[in-house]
Design a protein around this ligand. Structure first.
Ligand SMILES: C[S@@+](CC[C@H](N)C(=O)[O-])C[C@H]1O[C@@H](n2cnc3c(N)ncnc32)[C@H](O)[C@@H]1O
Length: 309
């Protein structure tokens, strides 16, 4: 099937992901490079893909020739790969989980949730994430099921790498969104999906590339260590390593956009990112903090948008 612009129009993130950027898309859109708008740039790279809000949004408007999507979280990458390769089988697996869930009473739903979570965690240590096999389909169905029925709809692992979010008690969670999965699968036909550290995308970057970078937030203080997408966090050292990497990509002529939380929300004198990206354009845009844990303030905050153009 030809990928017609109007068909791609409606593809949306298929997972709710911590740090998802849906609320900031309009701010990003206003700052996209001209070369993307006039067709000079047609390759897109996102090394911290997460739920992919920006990737899907960009595809609504611009006919990208190819995308390179990366993340260190292997469960997430597994899901993207399965949707790309085996979308129909995934839909079957999700259909069966969904019908079991929908036909159960509240206790039965809860039992099902914890059973799926247990299998998901038990199979992890021996799971082959590297070579495609039919188990990938069941595991992806479990990831989507857990993500849509867990408390707060998030993917979070504890220090042992186990998915530890409790049951979510939703009236009518949408476990399977068939039409969206079909559209996502179609978009992913033109994407290379890569697992691992962000530095792995360097070889694909040139002066015809737009790179959007959305790393884990920098913890604002010692107690608000919200970096738990996976058992490994993202330290200040990683933020500095990333800044060095972005400077290399800049030299390759790519157009780059980076977003992060603004440490000045908490400490007005904390110029960590202003110092790291002193040669770039730094803008502060209003956002609403959606993920909260001890030590975070709720309410309006600024988000940083940093560009090299
Ligand atoms: C802020 S989230 C991205 C959210 C995404 N923009 C969205 O809209 O859902 C950051 C992502 O970085 C990934 N990550 C953490 N450390 C990484 C690393 N060293 N290299 C690549 N990805 C990493 C996490 O797994 C997480 O998915």
């Amino acid at each position: 099937m030809t990928l017609h612009k109007n068909f791609a129009l409606r593809a949306r993130p298929f997972l709710k992901w911590a740090g998802g950027k849906t609320q900031l898309l309009e701010q990003f859109r206003l700052r996209l490079p001209l070369e993307l708008k006039n067709g000079e740039i047609n390759t897109y790279i996102e090394p911290f893909i997460g739920g992919g809000a920006m990737f899907f949004s960009i595809n609504h408007e611009f006919p990208l020739t190819h995308s390179y999507l990366m993340d260190k979280n292997e469960e997430l990458i597994l899901s993207y790969r399965v949707i790309k390769k085996s979308m129909r089988k995934l839909i079957d697996a999700l259909e069966s989980l969904e019908s079991e869930y929908i036909s159960s009473d509240p206790e039965g739903r809860q039992r099902l949730y914890y059973k799926v979570r247990q299998v998901f965690n038990q199979e992890k240590p021996r799971f082959n994430f590297h070579q495609y096999n039919p188990d990938w389909i069941q595991r992806t169905a479990r990831i989507i099921f857990l993500n849509h029925t867990c408390y707060n709809g998030l993917f979070r692992e504890n220090r042992n790498g186990e998915f530890n979010v409790p049951f979510g008690k939703y009236e009518n969670p949408q476990i399977l969104d068939k039409e969206n999965l079909k559209k996502v699968a179609l978009l992913l036909k033109r994407a290379t999906i890569i697992s691992g550290d962000f530095t792995g995308c360097k070889q694909y970057v040139d002066n015809k590339t737009f790179v959007y970078i959305d790393p884990p937030y920098r913890p604002l203080n010692r107690t608000s260590s919200f970096t738990s997408y996976s058992k490994e966090g993202f330290s200040d050292e990683d933020q500095c390593r990333l800044a060095g990497f972005i400077k290399e990509l800049d030299k390759k002529g790519a157009k780059i956009m980076l977003s992060n939380s603004d440490p000045m929300n908490e400490k007005p004198c904390d110029s960590f990112f202003d110092d790291l990206y002193a040669d770039f354009t730094i803008e502060r845009v209003p956002a609403i903090r959606s993920i909260n844990c001890k030590g975070f303030r709720r309410g309006k905050i600024n988000e940083l948008i940093i560009t090299n153009y």
